[in-house]
Write a protein that binds this ligand. Structure first.
Ligand code: NAP
Length: 353
């Protein structure tokens, strides 16, 4: 057992004396109860270094997250594509009752590109395929991954609402992340999302919005989170660890494998990673005040959770030790001094486009 792993276990043991399981939060019109920290399953099959994707370790990671009450498993048909849902199916067939399953529809992976498809017939077929892969008969949260510019979003959402009526899906969500392309500012990105949200709300209630939210990407706090808060809609905070940067475990200049999205990401050049170290140093300072075993990753997650009672953090991980550490972050309470210190951290450098 490594020293780091032992430290994670000690930490979780300490915090669980107070918090038996990860704190529960309630989201959406249907008052869905979920662990405040969930598990983003994307790194197990998509976006990050392919050579490090190991099925068995990922399975252990999912099981451990469920053991600790970090029950929101966030996947998508396009992760892999398809293999991430297949992997989760291997867990869900044994312990469906322990999990809150969130998957997504609306993006198709081609040879070198990803395209949106929001046609109702496609949505119906994609849902049946996801159910088969996940080895379940109901999806707790079905999210529209991206709106299809060729299809009115009401049509796509209407088809998703029919899936709720058919009992295949319990609630609907909309993703507001990823469309950073071009020169559009992040504020404008959320304007588009808010317009979509207003339109789909006329058709069927939105239970959750998944958007990037982290110490170094706070745009969702401006308009999106207030919109969600006033309507009881959950905000699933994607990329709460800044794609790993905020954990302080990535070294500037170490580089990424060519199939890792961060290899082409402007904030992950050696220069920008070095320039943004003061952010990690700030998180580390705060962590130290809470105990020698507390990590910058946990402070980053606790900060996300402190942004609203309707926020659920969805850290991505494929390593069991991270699942343990991240679940324990739900028991970490930041003080006013901590929050003021995070607010005073320098803004992140490096384009996000
Ligand atoms: N709706 C959307 O369009 C959308 C877009 C992006 C992401 N998401 C969702 O959001 C989730 C989270 O985003 P993300 O995975 O891209 O980024 P993230 O959560 O910010 O960071 C994930 C990375 O951090 C590492 N990590 C996790 N916990 C750690 C810890 N305690 N200490 C050190 N390193 C740690 C993971 O390592 P290992 O992989 O080695 O375990 C992984 O490489 C995704 O998994 C996905 O479910 C949704």
């Amino acid at each position: 057992m490594s020293a780091a792993w032992e430290a994670d276990v000690r930490l979780v043991a300490g915090l669980r004396e107070v918090h038996e399981q990860v704190e529960r939060r309630t989201i959406g019109a249907g008052a869905l109860a979920v662990g405040a920290v969930g598990l983003g399953c994307m790194p197990m099959s998509w976006a990050y270094s392919g050579s490090r994707q190991r099925g068995d370790e990922s399975l252990r990671c999912v099981h451990r997250a469920l053991d600790l009450g970090a029950d929101l498993l966030d996947t998508a048909d396009m992760y892999g594509p398809f293999t991430n849902e297949l992997l989760l199916g291997r867990v869900l067939r044994e312990r469906r009752a322990d999990a809150f399953v969130s998957t997504k529809v609306g993006l198709l992976v081609g040879e070198q590109h990803v395209v949106a498809n929001g046609r109702p017939g496609y949505v119906r077929r994609a849902c049946d395929a996801s159910l088969r892969r996940l080895q379940t008969d109901v999806i707790d949260l079905y999210q529209l991954h991206r709106a299809d510019p060729e299809v009115p979003v009401e049509e796509t959402w209407g088809a998703m609402a029919d899936l709720v009526r058919a009992g295949k899906v319990r609630a609907l969500g909309l993703c507001a992340v990823g469309a950073r392309g071009g020169r559009r500012s992040r504020g404008a990105l959320h304007d588009t999302t808010l317009r979509q949200l207003r339109r789909v709300q006329q058709v069927f209630p939105v239970s959750a919005v998944e958007a990037e939210l982290s110490v170094w990407s706070r745009e969702a706090l401006e308009t999106l989170l207030p919109w969600c808060e006033t309507r009881g809609v959950g905000l699933l905070a994607a990329m709460p660890l800044g794609n790993g940067f905020l954990t302080g475990t990535l070294r500037p200049g170490e580089g990424f494998e060519p199939d890792d999205l961060r290899a082409r990401h402007p904030r992950f050049t050696a220069e920008m990673m070095a320039a943004n170290q003061p952010i990690v140093a700030g998180l580390r300072r705060i962590a130290r005040r809470h105990g020698e075993d507390v990590t910058p990753a946990q402070v980053a997650l606790a900060w996300v959770l402190a942004q609203g009672r309707n926020v659920v953090a969805v850290p991505g991980a494929k390593q069991e030790r991270w699942a343990v550490q991240n679940a324990a972050a739900a028991g970490l309470r930041l003080t006013g001094e901590d929050l003021a210190e995070v607010a005073a951290l320098p803004p992140a450098l490096g384009s996000w486009d």
